[in-house]
Design a protein around this ligand. Structure first.
Ligand SMILES: NC(=O)c1ccc[n+]([C@@H]2O[C@H](COP(=O)([O-])OP(=O)(O)OC[C@H]3O[C@@H](n4cnc5c(N)ncnc54)[C@H](O)[C@@H]3O)[C@@H](O)[C@H]2O)c1
Length: 210
């Protein structure tokens, strides 16, 4: 059975994190081939680690040449479900929600923001890029119309659970939560907490040790 069949592979989290970083790097890379040594140097890891990571995708490198970058992009694209375009919605049209809605890099990753919602009457009807900010009452209709499975929470922490409940109530399958608080959802719903502060704390920790 192909290792790229998403239903049958379990990639350990640290490997998955590295594969994601390689993938976004390859999307911008112009070279046709890349060796494990070059990639290892770029990401400050060992070449053996790179080779081990690639055992999770259906690709092998050529001796003295390296890995074929377009094939890596294709295989990693399959791993991350890039072949299927997922429509996503954002709740919260503030600083972060607006920035995400305008981010042009999502489509390369197989993701399209189809709507942004807010509960502030002053924001409803205003535009974020090409999207009009919609009232929360329109969520159900949008989710059905665009077959949306992924919702993004960009509301203040005190409203995060309310936003999560709303998303779960309209049948959202996965939540990307930017609010710095845990949300309580049924086990069947996937939650990815994007804690931006953890990145800066890691940097500060490393700086402190240097
Ligand atoms: N701005 C950042 O760089 C950043 C970084 C990391 C995390 N975050 C987190 O992301 C979230 C949003 O941050 P921000 O800076 O965009 O805040 P913001 O105040 O600029 O925007 C929040 C938006 O959510 C709306 N809102 C509030 N309650 C709502 C509800 N129940 N339903 C729908 N909309 C609602 C508000 O009207 C507002 O437009 C926060 O939880 C914040 O901690 C922000």
């Amino acid at each position: 059975m192909s290792k790229t069949n998403k239903s049958f592979i379990h990639v350990p989290k640290p490997t998955l994190e590295r594969l994601k970083r390689y993938y976004t790097y390859f999307l911008q890379l112009e070279a046709e081939y890349i060796s494990s040594e070059e990639l290892a140097e770029k990401f400050n890891i060992k070449p053996e680690q790179v080779r081990k990571d690639f055992t999770y995708v259906n690709i092998t490198g050529k001796p003295k040449v390296g890995y074929h970058v377009p094939s890596l992009i294709k295989e990693l694209g399959l791993l991350f479900g890039k072949e299927v375009l997922e429509n996503i919605i954002i709740i919260g049209a503030g600083n972060l929600g607006s920035a995400l809605a305008k981010y042009s890099g999502f489509e390369k990753l197989g993701v399209k923001v189809v709507a942004i919602f807010d509960n502030d009457p002053k924001k409803i009807g205003s535009f974020v890029g090409e999207l009009a900010v919609l009232p929360l009452s329109a969520i159900e209709r949008v989710v059905k119309r665009f077959k949306v499975k992924i919702g993004v929470i960009c509301v203040p922490e005190e409203s995060a659970q309310e936003a999560a409940n709303l998303l779960v109530g309209v049948g959202i399958k996965a939540i990307w939560n930017f609010a710095p608080v845990p949300i309580d959802v049924p086990e069947t719903v996937i939650v990815e907490n994007q804690d931006i502060s953890s990145g800066i704390l890691t940097i500060k920790h490393i700086l402190d040790k240097k």
